[in-house]
Design a protein around this ligand. Sequence first.
Ligand code: TNX
Length: 533
Amino acid sequence: MTTASRRTRLIAALAGLVVTAGLVSGTAAPAVAATAVAFSTVVPAPVSATAAPGVSYAITSATTVYAAPGSAPAAAIADQFAARLRVSTGLPLPVVTTVAAPADGIALLLTGAPSGVGAEGYQLDITAGAITVRASQPAGLFRGVQTLRQLLPVTADATTAQAGPWPVPGGRIIDYPRFAYRGAMLDVARHFFTVAQVERYIDQIALYKINTLHLHLSDDQGWRIAINSWPNLAAYGGGTQVGGGPGGYYTQADYTAIVNYAAARYVTIVPEIDMPGHTNAALASYAQLNCNGVAPARYTGTQVGFSSLCVSMELTYTFIDQVLGEIAALTPGPYMHIGGDEASSTTASDYATFIGRVQPIVAAHGKTVMGWHDVANTTLLPSTVAQFWGTTTSNAPVAAAAANGTKVVMSPANKAYLDMKYRNNTRLGQKWAGLIDVNTAYDWNPGAYLSGVGETAVLGVEAPLWTETIVTSADIEYMAFPRLPAIAELGWSPWSTHNATAFTSRLGAQGPRWHVMGINYYHSTQVTWPSGS
Ligand code: TNX
């Protein structure tokens, strides 16, 4: 038995429940169909879901939202949830934090959750009289509320007032993640996206229990964050993008606003400064960073592998220390991503020297290193995390690193890359790693995909969106939906729930929600989209 399934049984036993993965995969007995259908629409699939036939809670003008007393984070989650629902329901939904839970209401409690649910898990109970989310940590309350949102009528996700009623199907869900790291990446370097655009994407990924947003803040085509000690990076290096548009950059206040917005949705920002390759924007901004002392022109094409920081020069490491120091000071999350991919203009020995120099700099600023899996060709600090982006199921350096204790984030490009086209005629995207429709994105097991990198070596999954061809929020959404929820489910749900038919059915149920939310998604022919999608 896997650790996860052992934990599932334990928790179910504690709660006096039968684990009902069968309900999730759509095999409910006809008598419970009405409620089971609603539970079987949740993405990612919960660990266990038990419908209570014929029972439902009605959100009405009498409903209050109650948050655990003394917890500012719980109150903030209650406020956020109530504020969202007031828009679509027009109901008052007052938030209260008095010591006793009100008789008729939605309660967010930091007590009473089964101990095995961990920091992000929760128990959700829906009876005729109340909805109760129980968690050990605020993050678990937030995740539980995302599940609850999916159990409300689709119109609850509308941005204008809708007619009720607002029934929620009765039953119990006990849920917690398979992997600790469930990420999305947005490349804001090839094309720049504003704070508002990033926040919109954060809202969308949080719905699917993604807990990390990796921001690719620098590349050949643009430097996107203001660095006080090296101001030309943003002022000059940020001034263009693929195709030669105006580019842009985040002030440090902008970056902090993104970090805080994400934190309120229990999403951690992982900043990436890609090096030693993918550095033309920095090299163009400061002549003295170049080995020959000559700044190249800014770059607006889409080739990779032509730029390199000057590995032999001491100034390079002063530069990195100052840049990473400023970003680390603005970043509460544990990770600092140093890129390290496609450094084909750096010799193997220079590359190893470079990664060997940069890891302790990151550590000195109190952060844990992440790097694209190319870094596994070098000597890694025990804590360094390698992000696999290959297209094969075996990679000797990554397997060797894993055997040595390195944790791996799985982003196989032929499965998890959101910039790959769905089909040959997809207007956006690339196809160097293949075409990826929903079934391909869903059909792999992160804990048993890469040989020598088993479940315990896998920290989690990430779905990267590179933006050479992506310009607008509508473009982001078209590539992310419906594939991002597939990767989110692989990261969250126990493998025992994995079932392509059930998944595409649950995914289809998201279509009407995306429609009312104004999310521009791809109507994959592999999904049956219900009316209203
Ligand atoms: C490879 S994947 C890259 C990026 C490109 C991407 C396009 C990786 C670590 N590097 O520089 O944007 O392909 O799909």
